[in-house]
Design a protein around this ligand. Structure first.
Ligand SMILES: [Zn+2]
Length: 59
């Protein structure tokens, strides 16, 4: 499993979505969006799954 990470649209910081997923699950949800709490802006961002990054814990 990899960690789902988003990029903050305002500050360009990486936001850990707190979700573990894999490439197959991610590919199936590419047209969806996800509400993620951003600690940098201190608000939620509605971010498209297709812009998410998979962070491999082994990397
Ligand atoms: Zn933000």
């Amino acid at each position: 499993m990899s960690r789902l990470v988003f990029r903050c649209p305002n500050t360009a910081n990486f936001i850990d979505a707190g979700v573990d997923t894999d490439r197959q699950s991610l590919a199936a949800a590419l047209s969806d969006a996800m509400r993620v709490y951003c600690p940098y802006c201190r608000e939620h961002h509605e971010l498209p799954i297709r812009e998410a990054i998979l962070e491999d814990p082994a990397a």
